[in-house]
Write a protein that binds this ligand. Structure first.
Ligand code: ATP
Length: 227
């Protein structure tokens, strides 16, 4: 594999008490690619994603983003990196229920110091791109599951992060809505040049990736370019 990876995991080990979750897991993520992490339940996919995102620290091994070792950073610097360079989409959108969908998407920009009007303008553009402009004024509870996930994708992309981590982003949706989310998500990520690291059980969802990596027993066993 080429050495120009944006994000790398090298020989990660991590146990939760007596339970090993990662046992020598290594992976490279390249700028702009969509990488699907697949594998059996409990094999370590989410743990690997959380280590790559700097949410969990491995017991040993190293994660590097753009050449910088995440474990060598202070907590404050790692949090800042997560806010500015990474975006997140989870199974249940985790939108703020009291805010409108527009305000949810504008929120990461507001937290980054962008003025209200500019943040709302960008948020509206992103809702439009994800084909959910019609729910801008609604609260997440008034949107459907598929619309909520597209709002969550807009919120993850609005800051133009370099990597988006998505853990079962379509897990709560039927296949038609799941495919719509994936189609819009991957197209939007491609437009911004963001890499996507996607955990999924579903071959239909993984079909939107450029590359699949199979995690078994805490280790990346097979990797294959699918497109
Ligand atoms: N917070 C935790 N505390 C204790 N054990 C954990 C914790 N998180 C994960 N584990 C264990 O670590 C192992 C790997 O879990 P992980 O969630 O990474 O697997 P996964 O492949 O994402 O599973 P799934 O597909 O079911 O979501 C499992 O044995 C799991 O039970």
């Amino acid at each position: 594999m080429a050495d120009d990876a944006l994000l790398t995991a090298e020989d990660l080990h991590l146990s939760f008490g007596p339970t090993p979750a990662l046992s020598s897991a290594s992976l490279r993520v390249h700028a702009g690619e969509v990488l699907a992490l697949m594998g059996p339940s409990g094999s370590g996919k989410s743990t690997l994603l959380h280590c790559l995102a700097g949410i969990l620290s491995p017991d040993s091994g190293r994660v590097r983003f753009d050449g910088h070792d995440l474990s060598a950073m202070s907590d404050a610097r790692r949090s800042a990196l997560r806010r500015t360079e990474f975006g997140f989409v989870f199974q249940f959108g985790q939108l703020v229920p009291e805010l409108s969908c527009l305000e949810n998407v504008a929120l990461p920009l507001r937290l980054a110091g962008v003025g209200r009007r500019q943040a709302q303008r960008s948020a509206a553009e992103w809702l439009d791109r994800l084909e959910v402009a019609d729910v801008a004024g609604k609260r997440p509870g008034q949107a459907s599951g598929g619309q909520g996930q597209r709002v969550a994708v807009a919120r993850a992309l609005v800051t133009r992060p370099r990597v988006i981590f998505a853990d079962e982003p379509t897990g709560a949706l039927d296949s038609l809505n799941g495919e719509r989310v994936m189609r819009l998500f991957t197209a939007a990520a491609q437009q911004t040049g963001a890499a996507v690291v996607l955990v999924t059980h579903e071959a239909r969802v993984a079909a939107y990736s450029d590359r699949e990596a199979v995690v078994r027993d805490g280790r990346v066993r097979e990797q294959e370019y699918v497109r």
